[in-house]
Design a protein around this ligand. Structure first.
Ligand code: ADP
Length: 441
C-alpha cells in the first residue's frame, strides 16, 4: 500500500541511496586514512633510520626502549645479511609497509649490515568513522541529500498531486486551478495535454449535444413535412381547377399564383424529405427531353412572371434509366435558380444532348444572370450553403446528390458572357460508358 505512493517510493529509494552512499563514502575515507597512516609510518621509519645513521648510534636495548617510548611502536634492529654474507631474504629493508599476522611493519636500512624495523598493530577497520572530519563529511552529504530530496519532492511529487487532483474535473466546465501548466518541463507538457484534452472533450460534447438537438428538430420537421404535404397538394390541385373555371382574368391570375406558391411549398417539402431520408431512386426508362420539357412547362408561370425567355433544344435519343420524380426535381430546381438569378428578366437556354459515343446524356442550363460567385463555384454542392436572402441552400446540393445517385455528375461554371451554366451528365441508357472516354462539354 505504502509503495503505491510515489512520494514513499521516491523517499525509500532516496533513503537507500543515502545509506549506500554513506557506506561507500566512509569506506573510501577509511581506505584513504589507512593509506595516509601507512605513508606516515614509513616516513617515520625513514627519518629515524637516517638519524641513527648520521648519529652512528650502535643498536642497544637502551636505544630500543627509548625509541619505543618516543615513537609509540615496537622498535627492532635486525641484521640485513646472513652469516654467509647474503642479503636477508625475509624482511625487505626498502621502507615499504607490509602486513603479517595482524601487525604492520616497515624496515629501513641504517647501514650496510643493520636495519631499523618498526612494527605496530594494524588499526581496526572503520576507524575513520570516529574521526571528526569523516563525521562532518557525512553530515554534509546527508544535508545535501536531504535538500535535494526535498527539492525533488517539491518539484515533482507536489505538482503531480496537484495534477491528479484536477483529473476528476475533466468533465466539469469550471475553470481549472492548474498552475503546473505554466511549467516548461515534462510535467508542464502533461498538464497542457490534459487541458487540451479537456477542451477537445468539451467541444466534442457540445457538438454532440447540438447534433442531438438538431436530430430531434430534424425528426419533428420531417413529421411536419409529411403532414403538410397532403394539404398543400390539395391546395395546388384546387387552385388549378379554379384557374380552369375562373370567371375573369383577375380570378385566373390569383388562382395561378396560389398554384405556383403551393407547388413551391411542395417542392421544398419533397427536398426536405429527400434530405432527411434519401431513399434509393426508382428506375425506369426515361426520355430526358420529355422530362425537361415537362419541367419547363411546370415552371412556365414563374418564367413568364420573371420575364425570362426560354430556348429549348432537345435530342429525343437522349434516354436514361432513373427516377422521373427526382430528376424532375433536379431540373425544376435549376430552372428556379436561374429565374432567381435574373430578377429583371433574361434568357434561359436549355439543351439536351445525347452523346452516345461517350455513353452519356448531357443537359446544359445556361442563363444570362449575374453568374456564380467565387464562393458559390466552390461550395455549391454543400448542404445549406446559400448566398440568397431567404434561401435555404438545398436546391443545388439536393440536385447534385440526386444526379450522383443516378451515377452522373453535376458541374457548374460561368459563361464568358457572365451568366451561369449548370451541366449535368447522366449515363446513357443501354450504352456502356468508356472509362477514359473523352467528354464533349
Ligand atoms: P438557394 O437558392 O436557397 O440559395 P441553392 O442550393 O439553390 O440554394 O443555391 C446555392 C447558391 O448558389 C445560391 O445562393 C447562389 O449564390 C448560387 N446559385 C445557384 N444557382 C445560381 C445561378 N443560376 N446563378 C448564380 N448563382 C447561383
Amino acid at each position: 500500500m505504502i509503495l503505491k505512493s510515489l512520494s514513499w517510493r521516491i523517499g525509500l529509494s532516496f533513503a537507500a541511496f543515502v545509506l549506500i552512499g554513506s557506506i561507500a563514502l566512509v569506506f573510501v575515507i577509511d581506505r584513504q586514512v589507512a593509506r595516509e597512516n601507512e605513508l606516515r609510518f614509513a616516513e617515520l621509519a625513514r627519518t629515524n633510520a637516517a638519524f641513527l645513521a648520521r648519529a652512528k648510534l650502535p643498536p642497544s636495548p637502551y636505544l630500543d626502549e627509548s625509541l619505543e617510548q618516543v615513537l609509540g611502536c615496537r622498535v627492532d634492529f635486525v641484521t640485513t645479511r646472513s652469516n654467509s654474507g647474503n642479503e636477508h631474504p625475509v624482511k625487505p629493508a626498502d621502507g615499504t609497509v607490509y602486513r603479517r599476522e595482524g601487525r604492520e611493519s616497515v624496515s629501513v636500512r641504517i647501514d650496510d649490515t643493520t636495519a631499523l624495523v618498526l612494527s605496530r598493530e594494524v588499526a581496526a577497520s572503520w576507524t575513520a568513522l570516529r574521526q571528526r572530519t569523516t563525521l562532518s563529511i557525512l553530515a554534509t552529504f546527508w544535508l545535501l541529500s536531504g535538500v535535494s530530496g526535498w527539492l525533488i519532492g517539491r518539484g515533482m511529487v507536489q505538482p503531480l498531486k496537484n495534477l491528479a487532483a484536477q483529473l476528476p474535473r475533466i468533465e466539469s466546465r469550471e475553470p481549472l486551478a492548474l498552475d503546473v501548466a505554466q511549467r516548461k518541463d515534462e510535467i508542464g507538457d502533461v498538464a497542457r495535454a490534459f487541458v487540451a484534452t479537456r477542451r477537445a472533450l468539451q467541444e466534442e460534447r457540445d457538438s454532440r449535444e447540438r447534433a442531438e438537438k438538431l436530430a430531434v428538430l430534424g425528426r419533428m420537421t420531417t413529421a411536419l413535412a409529411h403532414e403538410i404535404q397532403n394539404p398543400v397538394a390539395a391546395i395546388a390541385m384546387h387552385a388549378q381547377l379554379w384557374k380552369r373555371d375562373a370567371g375573369d382574368q383577375r380570378e385566373s391570375s390569383v388562382a395561378e399564383r396560389i398554384e405556383l406558391e403551393s407547388r413551391r411549398i411542395d417542392d421544398l417539402l419533397s427536398q426536405w424529405l429527400f434530405l432527411a431520408r434519401p431513399e434509393p431512386p426508382a428506375s425506369s426508362s426515361l426520355s430526358i427531353a420529355a422530362l425537361v420539357e415537362q419541367c419547363i412547362e411546370a415552371t412556365r408561370a414563374g418564367l413568364d412572371h420573371a420575364r425570362v425567355a426560354v430556348t429549348f433544344t432537345a435530342d429525343d435519343a437522349a434516354r436514361v434509366r432513373g427516377d422521373a420524380k427526382r430528376l424532375s426535381q433536379v431540373f425544376r430546381n435549376l430552372i428556379v435558380n436561374a429565374i432567381q438569378a435574373m430578377p429583371r428578366g433574361g434568357q434561359l437556354d436549355i439543351a439536351v444532348r445525347s452523346l452516345a459515343s461517350d455513353g452519356i446524356v448531357a443537359v446544359t442550363i445556361a442563363d444570362t444572370g449575374v453568374g456564380f460567385s467565387e464562393t458559390a463555384l466552390a461550395r455549391f454542392a454543400e448542404f445549406f450553403f446559400t448566398e440568397r436572402e431567404g434561401g435555404m441552400g438545398i436546391g443545388l446540393s439536393v440536385a447534385s446528390e440526386i444526379v450522383r445517385a443516378h451515377g452522373g455528375e453535376l458541374r457548374v461554371h460561368n459563361l464568358p458572357s457572365g451568366g451561369a451554366c449548370v451541366m449535368i451528365e447522366l449515363p446513357h441508357e443501354g450504352i456502356e460508358r468508356g472509362i477514359d472516354a473523352p467528354r464533349n462539354a
